[in-house]
Write a protein that binds this ligand. Structure first.
Ligand code: SF4
Ligand code: SF4
Length: 268
């Protein structure tokens, strides 16, 4: 009953899919191995492994985890799309997004996820609004929201909840929605019977993303950030430029959609 109230409120703020799964200690053996190779600029993940593994260390009342998928706002108005194509640098500057030195003054394209307003703020507001509404009926409800920048393994929880499997491109993929979505959610203080079980990969023999990646950043289920266009243009906070063999690709892109565009789950 409580779960239904919460899920309904999330659907009202346009979540494409919602699940609630029991908060539990996670097995981070694969995750730790992957992030051990990550550069220092995303080392916050390494520093917070204890909280990622044990939700109660991040939110002491954690009994369950709310996971929501929100599709990218791809329905941008015509004017906005023209604005991006005409002046991508000006578009990012107006949004106060840091532009790497090595693409300043170049003609670059902007990946889908970087076009709408900052999803961290927008999705936090949506989840907050839905949970406040749910609290009108569940008075004891307490929560702590996460949107991509908290010590929470969103992809693992999305897999545990059955909402998304992890593809060979390392992204969360929903069988019906594909991967053009952001994950947001909250740790909740309500109990659930749903223990969850990890969604198995539905990639099968497909290798399209691995083969299409222009810089060889992917081996199945593992991303090498040091070769990834998206990492260099949107995550990297070092002032240095990418390696020479990667630089020409980075000069033409802010973010990169290629390993999503080729995925059969995004063809619908
Ligand atoms: S985002 Fe682009 S560069 Fe990075 S892994 Fe995907 S296809 Fe390769
Ligand atoms: S392109 Fe193929 S291998 Fe890559 S994530 Fe999609 S289904 Fe999996």
């Amino acid at each position: 009953m409580k779960e239904e109230i919460i899920k309904n409120e999330l659907m009202r703020v346009e979540a494409a899919a919602v699940e609630i799964v029991k908060a539990q200690k996670l097995d981070l053996s694969t995750f730790s191995k992957i992030i051990s190779k990550y550069p220092d600029s995303i080392s916050y993940l390494k520093r917070n492994l204890d909280k990622i593994e044990n939700p109660g260390l991040w939110f002491e009342d954690a009994k369950s985890v709310l996971i929501c998928l929100f599709r990218y706002n791809s329905e941008l108005e015509h004017d906005k799309i023209n604005e991006i194509e005409r002046d991508p640098q000006g578009f990012l500057e107006r949004k106060k997004i840091k532009i790497p030195e090595f693409i300043k003054g170049k003609k670059f394209s902007i990946a889908r996820y970087a076009r709408p307003d900052d999803y961290h703020r927008v999705l936090r507001e949506k989840v907050e609004k839905a949970l406040k509404k749910a609290k009108e009926k569940i008075h004891a409800l307490k929560w702590k929201i996460f949107v991509d920048s908290s010590p929470v393994a969103e992809k693992i929880w999305a897999a545990m909840s059955g909402l998304a499997f992890t593809g060979k491109n390392t992204l969360a993929i929903n069988e019906k929605t594909g991967s053009y979505f952001n994950i947001a959610g909250a740790m909740l203080n309500i109990e659930t019977d749903s223990a969850g079980s990890e969604a198995k990969s539905l990639c099968g023999d497909c290798l399209k993303c691995v083969q299409a990646c222009p810089t060889g950043a992917l081996t199945p289920y593992v991303l090498n950030p040091e070769r990834c266009i998206s990492y260099w243009t949107t995550h990297n906070r070092k002032s240095s430029a990418p390696p020479p063999e990667i630089l020409p690709y980075c000069e033409k892109n802010f973010g990169c959609d290629i390993c999503q565009e080729v995925c059969p789950y995004n063809q619908k």
